[in-house]
Structures are given as C-alpha cells and as structure tokens.
Write a new protein. Structure first.
Length: 125
C-alpha cells in the first residue's frame, strides 16, 4: 500500500506541471465554412464572455486553405469583441480563433449592404 501511495504521488508530481502548462496553451476554435458571394463581406467575429482580459488571434481562410485575413495577437478586454474580415471574391470561408481563454464565442457572418446572416457557429463551452 505504501509503495502504491508513493507511486501515485510521483505520478501527480510529474503530471501537475503538464496540467498547469495545458491551461496556458492556446485553444484553437474553428467555424464551419460559409459561402460568401462576390462583393459581399465575410467577417469572423469573436466575443469575450469571461471576466479577465485575453489574447486572441483571428484568422480567415478561403476554400483552398489560404490565409486571407488576420487579426493577430489582439489584447481583448473582458466582455469586448474583435473581428477580422474582407470583401469576398465569391468563395467559401472559415475562421480559426486562437485564444488563451475558453471563455469566448465565435461566429462567421456574411454582410451584404446593411444586413447579415449568421452561420457556421463554433463555440468553446
């Protein structure tokens, strides 16, 4: 029994730094693809729903996987929003968000004139 307790203690001591490090790593989050007609605007939108400031990177990819817009390493205050977008060439787009927090919500939207339709939600719970 004593040997088992020592082994468990050693495993905990080894695993603890990994658990702490894991919490500090970036959490990638992806939206589903959304087709946006030529001339419309595609925007990846992020909302911070936590109580602490965070660092976020928002990347927009086209259907071929090319990075077409980015908002890198932005400092975002608790409760605020950030976005990255572009005028579409008539393509499918998807968003990738990297954050040091899981208290975020992400969407991809298409704007044409004054209206938008949201699609492709992705969220970390």
């Amino acid at each position: 029994m004593k040997k088992l307790m020592i082994t468990a203690g050693v495993l905990f001591a080894i695993a603890l730094p990994f658990a702490i490090t894991r919490g500090a790593e970036a959490t990638p989050l992806y939206t589903s693809p959304l087709f946006v007609a030529k001339g419309d605007v595609v925007v990846c939108e992020l909302a911070s729903i936590g109580t602490s400031d965070i660092i976020v990177t928002i990347i927009v990819y086209d259907a071929d996987g090319n990075e077409v817009a980015t908002n890198p390493n932005s400092h975002l205050q608790a409760g605020h929003t950030a976005a990255a977008g572009l005028i579409s060439t008539g393509n499918y787009y998807r968003c990738k968000v990297i954050s040091n927090s899981s208290a975020i919500r992400v969407s991809i939207a298409r704007f044409n004139g004054g209206s938008s339709d949201l699609n492709g939600y992705g969220q970390v719970k």
